[in-house]
Design a protein around this ligand. Structure first.
Ligand code: ASP
Length: 425
């Protein structure tokens, strides 16, 4: 069986087993209830956490090493600058489109009408970071500290500087590059090893989650949930397919088949950051994006490009405004689009942060931040779904940027979805 099929089946099984355990744990004082608690706490949680830790373990060395190789390959010429500008532009554009689509559809579906404001007020808002501090924070004072803290933007800046310096260092630079290239191979091999364990890890993560997830919370917020889900799907199937076709003429269906493993990992971990090793592997080995481009666009995207998150924030804004009966003007909506696009840059690619930066957007719209309490119950599941979209957006932009430079391997792109290329690393 292909590995991607195995991962998919493991996910499905995880959801089923988890949901069954959720039902059983409601039956008190039975042997089965005890058994299910033991299974969840001692087995699923253990394996799931070790799996995510092993994924995260690869992120910093992978990004550092492959971006040094990548940026030295690109050289310190106009190409590097052009690629960076295009990438940033596309990341912003897709996020702005995402939130606009979310606001429009939410205003048609009206998910917040007739909502009871029962338990609102229970949410304690966390202070979102200011734009100025976000910008200053891109520049590292200490690269080791940046790596210890896993600060992706700082690592990106440092690695690019190093890669550019490598190109300009003559013979010494060549030697250094050889070392980096060898390490790059080794780390990709580690990613490949980990992929083999993915079905077990993914199964445990989902079984634990669904054993705790009461489905009743979702039923209460069914319309909100469905609206976010609908916009996520429309954005990926519509906007991404359109942009991909417009800029590259590549087949969107093949594209989504190729990026599926990254989306599955993103869904299971709810973290774009933890998924970086898989996204990078998928971009290179399945979509055919050149390493010079992918090593820059993928970690950057995982850090600043969050279309799915912006969609949740757009629908949540409309939902909360309707629940609290506050009208938002046209100008208010435009400000929400701008704020959510910037909030997406400031949202770290880890679980649940989109909910924190949502407070920025709500404040901008003059809405009560406590409204977040209304939607928190279903956020975990939506977090998984939006992270899958976040990651597929990173891949889409990577493909468009690489194609602009003539750096997409079309043979890999069109043939690989039938093979398990990423297993080989
Ligand atoms: N979990 C999301 C991600 O990692 C961020 C969020 O929306 O909370 O991409």
């Amino acid at each position: 069986m292909k590995l991607s099929t195995k991962i998919f089946l493991a996910m499905l099984l995880g959801v089923i087993v988890g949901s069954l355990l959720n039902v059983f744990s409601g039956v008190t004082e039975s042997f089965i209830a005890e058994l299910s608690t033991w299974l969840v706490d001692s087995i699923f949680d253990l394996v799931g956490q070790i799996f995510v830790a092993s994924l995260k373990l690869l992120v910093v060395p992978l990004v550092f090493v492959s971006l040094v190789c990548g940026s030295s390959a690109m050289g310190a010429n106009a190409r590097m600058g052009r690629m960076a500008v295009k990438t940033l532009g596309l990341y912003m554009l897709t996020t702005a489109l995402a939130i606009t689509l979310a606001l429009m559809l939410a205003n048609v579906i009206n998910p917040g009408e007739g909502i009871e404001l029962g338990n609102a007020g229970a949410y304690q808002p966390t202070e979102p970071p200011s734009l100025k501090s976000v910008l200053i924070n891109i520049f590292p004072t200490n690269p080791v500290k940046a790596m210890v803290e896993g600060n992706m933007l700082q690592i990106i800046v440092f690695s690019i500087l190093m890669g550019v310096a490598v190109t300009h260092s003559g013979a010494a630079g060549e030697k250094a590059l050889e070392v980096f290239q060898s390490f790059n191979e080794v780390i990709m091999k580690m990613v490949a090893f980990l992929m083999h364990l993915a079905p077990y890890g993914v199964f445990c993560l989902l079984a634990k989650l669904f054993s705790e997830l009461g489905l009743s919370a979702i039923l209460d917020l069914a319309l909100y949930f469905a609206t976010v889900a609908l916009v996520l799907v429309l954005h990926a199937a519509g906007v991404y397919s359109l942009l991909l076709n417009l800029f590259t003429r590549l087949n969107p269906i093949t594209f989504f088949k190729n990026v599926r493993p990254a989306m599955l990992f993103a869904f299971s971990t709810a973290s774009s950051n933890a998924t970086i090793p898989v996204t990078m592997n998928v971009a290179r080995e399945r979509v055919g994006v050149d390493n010079g481009i992918a090593s820059f666009t993928v970690p950057l995207g995982a850090t600043i490009n969050m279309d799915g998150t912006a969609i949740m924030q757009g629908v949540a804004t409309v939902f909360i405004s309707q629940a609290y009966n506050v009208d938002i003007s046209m100008g208010g909506y435009l400000a929400v689009i701008a704020t959510a696009t910037l909030a997406s840059v400031g949202t770290a690619g880890v679980p649940g942060v989109g909910l924190i930066t949502l407070s920025m957007v709500l404040q901008q719209a003059g809405l009560p931040v406590e409204g977040i309490a209304l939607i928190i119950g279903v956020d975990r599941l939506l977090d998984m779904m939006r992270t899958a979209i976040n990651v597929s957006g990173d891949c889409m932009v990577s493909t468009v940027v690489a194609n602009g430079e003539g750096l997409v391997d079309k043979t890999v792109f069109s043939e690989v979805s039938d093979r398990d290329e990423y297993v080989e690393g």
